[in-house]
Design a protein around this ligand. Structure first.
Ligand code: SF4
Length: 377
C-alpha cells in the first residue's frame, strides 16, 4: 500500500527589522532569550502532534517566517533534531529554510546542511541597494553575494531566490538588471511576485507618495521575466514560480494541490486528514503554552472546496487532472465546465488534452478574469 505523505511547516516569526511592505506575522529584533524560548515551545508542539502523524512519511519540511535563520544555529539544530527523532522522514525529504542574506554565514549553513536542510530560499528581492533600502530590507546586495558563496561552500545545491517587481522607483531596466543578477547566481528555482500594498503597513499609509511602476511597465517586466527564465532553462510551473527540471518546490506544490501538511508556531496553518486548523498569532501565550492556541477553521462546503481546488489548480502549468478531480468531487472538471472551458480553449487561453485542463501563458496573464468566469454560479 502506498504510504501517506505529509509536509511540516515551522513558522519562525523573527526578523532583523520589519520591511515596509510586510504584513506577515514577524517581530523585528527580538531578544535571544525570546527566540530560544520560542524554539523550546516549538519543540513541545512538534512533540505533541507526532503521535497523530505516526502513519505518515514526511517528505517535505519548510522553515518559513519571518526569517528562520534569525534563530541561533543551536536552536535550528534542536528543531532539526526534534523533527528527525519524532517524525518519520522519507529518504529524499525536501528540507527548506527561508533566509535573509544578512542572516547566514558559512558556519551556520554548514551546520544546517549537516543536520538535514538541503534547500535554501533566499529573499533577494532586488539587485539594487536603493530599491532594497526603499523596501526597508535588512540586507544589501553585498550580503546577497556573500550569502550565495556561503550557500555554495556549505554544500547546498538547491537554491530558490525570491524577487519582486512593482517596487517603488523600479524601472523596467532596473528589474532587468535584478533578473540578470539573479540568474547569474544560478538558482535552481526563482519565485517572483509583484509588490502588494497591504493594509496596516507603512507602504499602505504612504501609498499616495510611492512612485510605483505603471501597469504597462509591470507588464513589460513580466514579459522580460518569462522570456529570460525560459531562455535560461527554467519552466514556469506555477504562475509566479520557475524551476529547473526536477527542482519544483515540493512543499509549495502540497499547498497548491491541497495535500496534507501540519503547521507549527504562531500563525501557522494546517490541513490534515480533511480538517483545517491554525494557531492564533499570540507570541506571549505561545511561549507559555504552545499547544493551547489551536483554532479549528470552518469546514469547507463541497462548493468551497471545489472553488479552491480550481483556483489553486489553474495556477499550475500542469493544471487540473480530470481523474483526480473526478475522484474528489464525483465529476470531472472539464466535464462540468466544458461549455465555458471550450471557449477559452478556442481563444488560446486554455488547453485540454483529454486528461488535464491548464491555462496557457496568455491565459495565465488574465487568470483572474478566466477564473471568475469559469466559477460564476
Ligand atoms: S524579511 Fe520577510 S517576514 Fe521579515 S519583515 Fe521582511 S518581508 Fe516580513
Amino acid at each position: 500500500m502506498k504510504k501517506k505523505t505529509l509536509g511540516l511547516y515551522l513558522h519562525i516569526p523573527f526578523c532583523l527589522s520589519k520591511c515596509r511592505y510586510c504584513d506577515f506575522c514577524s517581530y523585528p529584533a527580538m531578544a535571544a532569550e525570546t527566540k530560544h524560548a520560542y524554539t523550546m515551545a516549538l519543540i513541545k508542539e512538534l512533540s505533541s502532534r507526532a503521535e497523530a502523524a505516526k502513519d505518515y512519511v514526511v517528505d517535505t519540511v519548510f522553515f518559513g517566517g519571518g526569517t528562520p535563520t534569525c534563530l541561533d544555529t543551536d536552536d535550528l539544530l534542536r528543531l532539526a533534531d526534534c523533527i528527525q527523532s519524532r517524525y518519520r522522514l522519507s529518504d529524499g525529504v525536501e528540507w527548506t529554510s527561508e533566509a535573509n542574506p544578512a542572516t547566514v554565514d558559512k558556519d551556520k549553513l554548514r551546520a544546517m546542511r549537516a543536520c538535514g536542510f538541503n534547500r535554501i530560499s533566499l529573499g533577494m528581492q532586488s539587485a539594487h541597494d536603493s530599491e532594497l533600502s526603499l523596501l526597508g530590507r535588512a540586507h544589501r546586495t553585498s550580503d546577497l553575494y556573500q550569502a550565495r558563496e556561503a550557500i555554495h561552500e556549505a554544500g547546498f545545491t538547491n537554491l530558490n531566490l525570491d524577487l519582486m517587481f512593482g517596487i517603488p522607483a523600479q524601472t523596467v531596466d532596473s528589474f532587468d538588471r535584478s533578473l540578470d543578477e539573479a540568474l547569474a547566481l544560478e538558482p535552481t528555482h526563482v519565485s517572483v511576485y509583484s509588490l502588494q500594498i497591504e493594509e496596516g503597513t507603512p507602504f499602505y499609509r504612504e501609498q499616495n507618495t510611492l512612485a510605483l511602476p505603471s501597469e504597462d511597465e509591470e507588464r513589460e517586466m513580466a514579459a522580460l521575466l518569462y522570456r529570460k527564465t525560459e531562455a535560461a532553462g527554467y519552466r514556469r510551473y506555477e504562475i509566479s514560480n520557475f524551476a529547473k527540471p526536477g527542482h519544483e518546490s515540493r512543499h509549495n506544490l502540497r499547498y497548491w494541490r491541497m495535500q496534507d501538511y501540519l503547521g507549527f508556531g504562531i500563525a501557522a496553518h494546517s490541513c490534515f486528514e480533511g480538517e483545517r486548523f491554525y494557531n492564533r498569532e499570540e507570541l506571549a501565550a505561545y511561549l507559555k503554552e504552545p499547544c493551547e492556541l489551536c483554532e479549528q477553521e470552518e469546514t469547507l462546503t463541497a462548493r468551497e472546496r471545489e472553488y479552491e481546488t480550481v483556483m489553486l489548480g489553474l495556477r499550475l502549468s500542469d493544471g487540473i487532472d480530470e481523474e483526480d478531480f473526478l475522484r474528489t468531487f464525483g465529476y470531472g472538471f472539464y466535464e462540468k465546465y466544458k461549455r465555458r472551458l471550450m471557449r477559452f480553449c478556442e481563444a488560446g487561453f486554455a488547453t485540454f488534452d483529454g486528461k488535464r485542463t491548464a491555462l496557457t501563458e496568455s491565459g495565465m496573464a488574465v487568470s483572474n478574469a478566466i477564473l471568475a468566469e469559469i466559477l460564476e454560479d
